[in-house]
Design a protein around this ligand. Structure first.
Ligand code: TEU
Length: 531
């Protein structure tokens, strides 16, 4: 039924749990904080939530180092708080999806602690990827793999063996050839499905399986993080046996009605990407092409066409995203000051005009920029492991400003916040933006409302109009919505029609007698009736 495939044209909202809303005054966001702000999400008009990890964790990687996947960290609340959040979200008509982190655990997970106590080749060690080192006395790592966060992907333990970690030293990779590991994920899925979650976001979904002999990678593979680049041999990611894991997970999902999973897939090769979306694997895969594209009409059009092509084979829905907690905020990415903001507004209209699924990252609807934090505030292991070369991802993780005149602007019931909120964000709060018809928040609200309510937002395929350099316009075949984007500085003519919404000021609401789209702007139109 339609209700079973609720996610097919859904707008997801990523709640970065530590930074959304703090109900206890400790400066860290929590589950009760989210529950208290559900009214805002209803007002915004999203359909589903993705909650980042809230499981017990030493927070070496802000919760992506999970010590117990079937519990709630004290910082974030209790299981009762979780149940209450799900129930309340459902009353608001919001679906709830949560993060699964199957590639690794925290080094504080009892399995890893047991592995450290146990001898080499023991059953305890076989849950992870322990190996003997190379070179005299095994003092060299078992292979040349590097961690996505920088430095070698291996750390040596007291008895001389090494364990693999594709991310931080405190995130040991699991051995997915081990049936115990496979079984544990199924238990975790059932645990949360039984509590009523509607689906999962699967962390590094192309990473779990490793070739048993762990062959060296091509050193250049280390330059692209977790992204698999065609033509560069990288046995760390996208091994064929990973698909067995997704099939297994899908069986669990399918034993409940209307549940789904979206995989984080850093894969540029369309054929490899499409394999994860086969009928018995993931329903959705994150597509990072829009997010990694500059503000250039030709490039953006290519990214869109490519993304649509990539899912056509398996018949899956396309997905779109402009930001998340790993990549930085679009306002800062697209340029400084007013230009970055104008472009981010334009791209929001492009993304929300496209068929399929959109993922928003909390704070993008406020036009938040990346924050340049002082060194001593930085928490991200990327900052540490890169030898302080890469400032890491904290700049896009700063808590949300809600209301009032003083930082942290209602984020917390107290005065603290785990990352400092800039004092000059008073003008960016939800409170101020709700009152301003021209704010980024008002743009997102209006866009989401139109997308939800207007019949023009249907049709899975696009038709492209001829357009001057630096611009494009597409029409959704079926519904008929037109989206035009001008990435140049000069105005360009608009197709005839009625303007539904634009990312910046436009002279006339009806362009049938001719109209112009200013530079760095996007508009939605309903085509003039043909007679
Ligand atoms: O990210 C996967 C990933 O490899 C990148 O997004 C990575 O964070 C970035 O390239 C580093 O600069 C997922 C999570 O989204 C991320 O927050 C976690 O740190 C990572 O997995 C490990 O669990």
């Amino acid at each position: 039924t339609d209700e079973d495939v609720w996610w097919r044209n859904c707008v997801f909202y990523q709640v970065y749990v530590p930074s959304f809303a703090d109900s206890t005054g400790d400066g860290i966001g929590d589950l009760r904080g989210i529950r208290a702000r559900l009214g805002y999400l209803e007002l915004l008009g999203v359909d589903a939530l993705w909650l980042t990890p809230f499981y017990p964790s030493p927070m070496a990687d802000n919760g992506y180092d999970v010590a117990d996947p079937r519990a709630v960290d004290d910082r974030f609340g209790t299981l009762d708080d979780f149940d209450a959040l799900v129930a309340e979200a459902h009353r608001y008509g919001l679906k709830v999806t949560i993060d699964l982190v199957p590639n690794h655990t925290s080094s504080a997970h009892h399995w890893f602690q047991e592995a450290l106590q146990a001898p080499p080749h023991s059953a305890e060690r076989e849950r992870y990827l322990f190996r003997d080192g190379r070179g005299p006395n095994g003092t060299e790592p078992p292979n040349n793999w590097t961690s996505v966060f920088g430095g070698p992907a291996w750390t040596r333990v007291a008895d001389g063996q090494w364990y693999l970690h594709l991310f931080d030293t405190e995130q040991p990779d699991l051995n997915w050839a081990n049936p115990e590991v496979q079984d544990d994920l199924q238990q975790t899925m059932r645990f949360w499905l039984d509590r009523g979650v509607d689906g999962f976001r699967i962390d590094v979904a192309h990473a779990m399986a490793k070739p048993p002999d762990l062959p060296d990678m091509e050193p250049a593979a280390g330059d692209s993080g977790a992204l698999v680049v065609p033509g560069v041999y990288d046995p760390r990611f996208d091994n064929d046996s990973v698909h067995d894991i997704h099939r297994m997970a899908r069986k669990v999902l399918d034993s409940y009605p209307g549940r789904m999973a979206v995989g984080e897939l850093w894969i540029l090769d369309d054929e490899r990407f499409a394999k994860y979306l086969r009928a018995d694997e993931l329903q959705l895969g994150f597509n990072f092409r829009l997010l990694t594209t500059d503000f250039d009409a030709n490039r953006i059009r290519e990214a869109i066409e490519h993304s649509l092509d990539a899912v056509r084979g398996p018949g899956a829905q396309p997905t779109w995203t402009l930001a998340n907690h790993d990549v930085g905020r679009q306002v800062s990415r697209y340029g400084d000051g007013w230009r970055g903001l104008a472009r981010a507004r334009a791209m929001a209209l492009v993304m929300l005009a496209l068929p399929g699924v959109a993922f928003l990252y909390n704070g993008e609807e406020l036009g938040l920029p990346d924050v340049h934090l002082p060194d001593e505030a930085l928490r991200d292991p990327v900052w540490e492991r890169s030898g302080h070369v890469d400032r890491g991802r904290d700049g896009c993780r700063v808590p949300l400003p809600w209301e009032g005149e003083q930082a942290p602007f209602g984020f917390s019931t107290g005065t603290r916040s785990w990352l400092p909120v800039p004092e000059d964000w008073a003008g960016l709060t939800v409170e101020t933006q709700l009152e301003d018809a021209d704010s980024v928040l008002s743009l997102y609200r209006r866009a989401l409302e139109l997308r939800r309510e207007r019949p023009e937002f249907s049709g899975e395929e696009l038709e492209w109009y001829g357009a001057p350099p630096g611009c494009f316009a597409f029409r959704r075949k079926g519904g008929g919505l037109i989206c035009a984007l001008n990435t140049s500085a000069a105005p360009v003519p608009l197709p005839p029609g009625e303007i539904l919404l634009s990312s910046g000021p436009i002279d006339s609401a009806d362009t049938s007698g001719g109209g112009e789209l200013p530079g760095e702007t996007a508009a939605w139109l309903i085509p003039a009736a043909e007679d």
